[in-house]
Design a protein around this ligand. Structure first.
Ligand code: GLU
Length: 311
């Protein structure tokens, strides 16, 4: 845990250096920066670089150049998730000892084919709120001996959270968290049906964590009190709350901001080659122009002001 004074709010910006930042990332970084300044808080920078095949030092450097150009005033001492694999593994084992995770051997390709067959025959395959298909139920009913054999014979696998068992253990029917309508505003209770999520992946054979596990552990480890991030992660907050409760971690306050949309109304993403901030930085834009675009594009987001009470 950090040594910050107990009441000092702690914010973070947590990009994945597996591609270039775009205006949507800029919106998150700017809102966090503003909120930290207005609230007299700290702003931490964390590189979510667990995917060692797609992340690179060059991409990380480009992110740092973008953030400095935008005037984002983050503290020195960047945390890199790739430096903490051993601690994620430990916490995964804790969940495993509670009987809440199981290895699943259906590869992404196999799952795609299973889903395509069912859907081609007019059937429905259950999916997560982010569109990822649930694993086949047969994964959950394998015997321990069968699992050991598959692991020993080198099959790839993913550790999945048994969501039903986790909710049962917590005695939760739905998941709730504190959500502010604007950064720093007094939070309201957000509710989400966590059963909409299947048994999400918490780690893989070769990477001892996933985004969901690492993000909650790091936010707790870094004492993050306020999480400001894009609305696309709103449903995932239900998973994060489940993990926080299972692992007895503190509960931050969330604000999920509107996404920056492209001209066709789609959210910006690395995969559709959305305009990179670096193109604006190197293309002669003034940072203020990019900041205005990031805050104003399509959906207006007001700059942060300090309400009478916050979190
Ligand atoms: N690393 C995630 C991303 O770049 C953000 C995670 C978060 O803010 O919780 O999309």
């Amino acid at each position: 845990m950090t040594n910050a004074p107990a009441n000092q709010p702690i914010f973070r910006f947590a990009p994945s250096p597996n591609g270039a930042l775009h205006l949507g990332h800029a919106r998150s970084a700017i809102l966090n920066n503003q909120a930290a300044r207005v609230a007299g808080g700290r702003l931490l920078l964390r590189m979510e670089d667990i995917d060692r095949t797609r992340c690179s030092p060059e991409l990380e450097q480009a992110i740092l150049d973008d953030l400095v150009w935008l005037g984002i005033d983050f503290e020195e001492g960047i945390r890199r998730q790739s430096d903490h694999f051993a601690s994620y593994k430990e916490r995964l084992e804790q969940l495993s000892n509670l009987g809440l995770v199981y290895p699943s051997f259906t590869t992404r390709g196999e799952l795609r084919r299973l889903v395509a067959d069912v859907e081609a025959a007019g059937g429905d395959w259950p999916r997560d709120p982010d569109g990822t298909p649930h694993p086949p139920l047969s994964e959950k009913t394998r015997t321990t001996a069968e699992r050991h054999k598959l692991i020993e014979t080198g099959h790839p696998y993913a550790w999945r959270l048994d969501m039903k068992a986790a909710l049962q253990r917590l005695g939760w029917k739905e998941v709730s968290w504190r959500e502010s309508a604007t950064p720093l505003e007094k939070p309201q209770t957000a509710r989400f049906d966590a059963r909409l999520w299947g048994d999400v992946v918490l780690a893989r054979k070769d990477i001892p964590t996933s985004y969901h596990l690492a993000v909650v552990l790091d936010d707790a480890q870094q004492g993050v009190s306020h999480i400001i991030r894009g609305r696309d992660l709103y449903p995932a907050t239900a998973i994060h709350r489940v993990l926080q409760a299972l692992l007895a971690l503190p509960e931050p306050i969330y604000h999920h901001h509107a996404l920056v949309l492209d001209e066709d109304g789609r959210k910006l993403s690395k995969s559709i080659g959305s305009a990179a901030l670096s193109a604006q930085r190197l293309g002669g834009y003034e940072p203020q122009e990019t900041i205005a675009l990031a805050l104003g594009a399509k959906e207006a987001v007001k700059p942060v002001t300090l309400p009478k009470t916050y979190g």
